[in-house]
Structure formats: C-alpha cells, structure tokens
Design a protein around this ligand. Structure first.
Ligand code: CP
Length: 319
C-alpha cells in the first residue's frame, strides 16, 4: 500500500478486517517487518489517541519512530506558494517536506480543516503537499476531510460487538461550544457506506454533510426517530458544511446531547465516540459510563487499525 488517506486505499475490507483480527490475536506477529524502517509522525494539531496508538503500532512492527509537533519547537511553516515571507513564518513547507522525507521511510500527517476556506480544506492541500513533495508513502492521521485510522477502528469495533448480520448504525450530531471539523463524520459515513449496515445520519437542519460522504445513508432530522431500533449510536459534533455557514456553530441545543432518554429509543444500542468527548454536551455522564458504552475498546482498536495500515505500507516499500 502506497498511501492511506481514505477507505478505498485499503482495498477489500473483508481481508483488511481479517488481518485486523489476526493482529489482534498476536500484535507482535510481524515484529521483524519494520526493522531499520523509520516512521515520521507530523502533527499540525493536538492528539492523544492517534499519537500513542500509531507509535504503539510502529513498535509492534519493530519500527523506529520520530514525532514532530509543528507548532511546538519547529519553525513556523508557510503553506501558501507565492507569499512574500516577511511575517512570522520562518520556513516554507515546500522545503520542510522533502527534508522531513529524507529522514524516514513512511510519513503520517495530522492536519485539520482550518475553516477559513472550504476549497482549501476540501482539496486537502496540506496532506497532498506531503504526498507530492516528500518522496515517501504518506498516511493520514486525520486530515481536513477524513480520519481513516479512526473509521477503520470504528468498523473493527462494530464487527466485534454486532449481534445481527445487518445492524442499524446511527451517526448523530451533538452540540459543542466550538465548531469541529467534519473529518470524523465524513469518514465514518464513507466507511459505513462500504458496508451493508442499515446506516442513518441525524442532525439539525443546517448541519448537512457533503453529499459525497452522505452517500446512500438515510438522513433523518428527528433524532429520536433516527434512534428507534438502533444497535449502535455514534455521536460526533461538527461545524456547518454548507454555503456561507461553512465552519460555523449554528446550534448548541442540548436536547441533542445523547442521554438516557434518547438511548431508551434504541434496541439497547452500544454508544460510540472517537474521543476526546465533552461530557454533558455531547453525551451524558450516565450514557458514557454505562455498560453499553464501548468508547474505550473503540479507542483501543486504534492500535489495531494503525498496525494493519503500517504493516501494509511497509510491505509496499519492498515493491
Ligand atoms: N480520536 C482521535 O483521533 O483522538 P486524538 O485526537 O486524541 O488523536
């Protein structure tokens, strides 16, 4: 595998899931594969799970790891070409990227949507610059429009916990004081659309996602109706996508906070969230602490999804 930025890069999901469950049984099975190979992880934004789970995955495979936080200790990077660099940015990304590429074999990049210009975000300008100029295989550790390592872990988790062949999975918007990127809901929808699950998205009017990601999902504006008979509730907040409202908070209506009342409408659904989560904004204490909350095993599966992805990328280096 030469890159991992979306579900299509993984190819057949059945075989990817089989590989994930094989690695889960013995996560050190391929501990020699990454010997003398170096992973560089570049963070433009904060992280707990992605940072730790991806490093752990690299260690499982015997890799060396370097981590760079661009905004803490590195030179400030200019990302636009043609800018007269008379401001506070000391280095251009077009030199920085090939330099970083010269020190490693594989690069992971985290670069969130900036919410300044939808076209800039949805063209994945930063991630694509790494792909174009690093000379190395690149994978996304959450980019402007997708978070595929998270979505792969989410799929592994649903496959582990489902008790029906075709579970009902509901992605619900939830309130948050600040606008959050659409990467997680976009990506979750993209991955769910590759399955034959009954997949529903619910949000207040104005929070419609890019139709490209919504795909075949049923969109239901009544959250309680959407929750009826659900087997999995996947909560996430996101800022508006459409028109001039791009990147704005349109509602902080706490009646959308996932609480026991809504969960009672479901078929004893499991509760999922990618974390970090703001309690009693997105989900109540009771729901996230109840025995149907699977947010911790979901986060633990980030190590598994990252191990599969890195294993395939190392294998791709040999070809
Ligand atoms: N879910 C997730 O990506 O967590 P972090 O932002 O902490 O990496």
């Amino acid at each position: 595998m030469k890159q991992f930025t979306c579900v299509q890069d993984l190819g057949d999901l059945r075989s990817a899931l089989a590989e994930a469950f094989e690695i889960k049984k013995d996560r050190f099975k391929y501990s020699e594969l990454g010997r003398n190979k170096t992973l560089m992880m570049i963070f433009f934004n904060s992280s707990l799970r992605t940072r730790l789970s991806t490093q752990k995955a690299a260690f499982n495979l015997g890799m060396n790891v370097m981590v760079l936080d661009i905004n803490q200790g590195a030179w400030k990077l200019e990302t636009e070409r043609g800018v007269i660099m008379a401001g506070d940015k000391q280095e251009h990304i077009l030199e920085a990227i090939p330099v970083m590429g010269s020190y490693c074999d594989i690069i992971g990049v985290r670069s969130f949507a900036r919410f300044e210009d939808r076209e800039f975000d949805y063209n994945e300008v930063i991630l694509n610059q790494f792909t174009k100029y690093s000379g190395r295989p690149v994978f996304s550790m959450e980019a402007a429009t997708r978070h595929p390592l998270q979505s792969f872990a989410d799929l592994i988790t649903i496959e582990e916990y489902k008790t029906k062949e075709r579970p009902k999975v509901v992605l619900t918007w939830a309130p948050h004081p600040r606008p959050l990127p659409q990467a997680v809901p976009n990506s979750f929808a993209e991955w769910m659309n590759t399955t034959d699950y009954d997949f529903v998205i619910t949000h207040p009017e104005g929070y419609e996602l890019d139709p490209k990601f919504v795909g075949r999902a049923k969109v239901e504006y009544d959250q309680r109706k959407a929750f009826e008979g659900a087997d999995f509730i996947y909560a996430k907040s996101w800022g508006a996508y459409t028109g001039e409202n791009y990147g704005r908070v349109l509602s902080t209506d706490r009646s959308w906070t996932v609480s026991s009342g809504q969960m009672a409408c479901t078929d004893n659904a499991f509760f999922m969230h990618c974390l970090p989560v703001r309690r009693n904004m997105i989900v109540s204490d009771e729901v996230i602490e109840c025995d149907r909350s699977i947010v911790i095993p979901e986060a633990a599966n980030r190590e598994i999804s990252a191990t599969v992805v890195l294993k395939r990328m190392i294998e791709g280096l040999e070809k």
